[in-house]
Design a protein around this ligand. Structure first.
Ligand code: HEC
Ligand code: HEC
Length: 311
């Protein structure tokens, strides 16, 4: 154009346009910028061709790769299912006592148990398994029926005082007052004794009479010193941990009418792998006891059968 000239101040050529005395310098975009820009356009076109990109009425253009985010999710889910199925199969093939031998498997079982506990157990045992009146705390080492993993598993599988399950944990404390085995005064005396052995009261004449009643009526289940008996799920009475309560009124109620704590048999409600996971979780809570020397007739056979499959 005719009006092109070299600008005095900058030494750059103008493009030749002029608006009311204002002129434009000819400063083209840098090469590198332009080429990057062209490359982006080429990439975008390529992307639109191979991937779904352009919105249509029902979905987007398919793209020559046939990739969809939904398809990618389905693949991921299938992979996750497959890995979980592998874990579940490994847990199924491992006896509950042997779970601890494989730390990775044990960890997976505990995590699975934690999830199942939230769904099935918190309504009675409380969040964090802290327990409530009538529902034992599962975090401590005070066990009614036993705290090694196989025993916990057995308790879960068959429940407690669950009708219709032959292997359920069964026992019934007599209703000493209601059934007229002890008079109201005798109940008070034996309650005094229980409060003495649990360190809540000083020895008294009432407690002394109660000790004799205790020896005659209670030691068969609760033990000579109130130490409890896991064979019948009889709680330890000489500690500060109470299933129902250690105050006089609650003890009177317990001895007068007895309790009959019931827990469902989870073996009938949940699949075997989930029950194993729950046993591993409960065992991991803090009070879990080491598996005692296995009873020779029972343990070695399943352990030997499970070991090769677990690998
Ligand atoms: C309907 C209420 C209820 C639900 C739900 C429940 N439990 Fe229990 N559970 C009980 C009662 C009651 C006892 C104590 C029974 C007794 O007196 O021996 C108990 C006892 C136990 C024991 C034995 C504790 C010991 O000291 O020996 C374990 C372990 C246990 N529950 C675990 C579980 C797990 C795991 C779940 C979930 C799968 C669960 N419970 C769900 C009511 C329940
Ligand atoms: C046949 C066995 C048996 C006999 C006998 C028995 N108990 Fe029990 N006792 C149990 C069982 C089992 C429990 C658990 C309660 C439940 O959930 O049913 C229990 C629970 C208790 C509790 C509640 C403890 C707590 O932590 O809240 C007290 C207290 C108690 N018994 C006192 C006595 C006294 C006192 C006698 C004797 C007069 C006695 N028991 C006789 C089996 C027995």
């Amino acid at each position: 154009m005719a009006n092109k000239r070299i600008d005095d101040a900058t030494g750059v050529e103008t493009v030749g346009h002029e608006w009311d005395g204002i002129e434009e310098l000819n400063n083209p975009l840098p090469r590198w910028w332009l080429w990057t820009f062209y490359a982006c356009i080429v990439f975008a076109i390529g992307y639109c061709v191979v991937y779904p990109a352009i919105p249509m009425v029902k979905s987007a253009t398919a793209g020559t790769f046939g990739w969809t985010s939904r398809g990618a999710l389905a693949t991921e889910m299938k992979a996750a299912d497959a890995s979980r199925a592998g874990l579940r199969a490994a847990i199924a093939a491992t006896s509950v006592e042997q779970l601890g031998a494989d730390p990775k498997l044990l960890r997976a079982a505990i995590e699975g148990g934690r999830a199942a506990f939230k769904v099935n157990c918190v309504q009675c045992h409380g969040a964090g398994a802290a327990g409530a009146k009538g529902y034992p705390n599962l975090n401590d080492d005070d066990w009614l029926w036993g705290g090694d993993i196989a025993t916990i598993h057995q308790t879960l599988e068959h429940g407690v005082r669950q009708p219709g399950d032959d292997a359920t944990r069964m026992s019934q404390m007599p209703a000493f007052g209601r059934d007229g085995i002890l008079t109201a005064a005798q109940v008070q005396d034996v309650v005094s004794h229980v409060r003495v052995i649990s360190g809540q009261e000083k020895p008294s004449a009432s407690a002394q009479r109660g000790a004799k009643i205790f020896a005659e009526n209670c030691v068969v289940c609760h033990g000579a010193n109130g130490e409890g008996n896991r064979m019948v799920g009889a709680p330890k009475l000489s500690d500060a941990i109470w299933l129902y309560g250690g105050d006089r009124a609650t003890l009177t109620e317990t001895v007068t009418n007895a309790r009959y704590g019931v827990m469902p048999a989870w073996g009938a409600r949940l699949d075997p792998v989930t029950v194993k996971m729950l046993a591993a979780y409960v065992h991991s809570l803090g009070g879990g006891e080491a598996t005692l020397a296995p009873a020779p007739q029972a343990a070695p056979a399943p352990a030997a059968a499970a070991a090769p499959q677990a690998k």
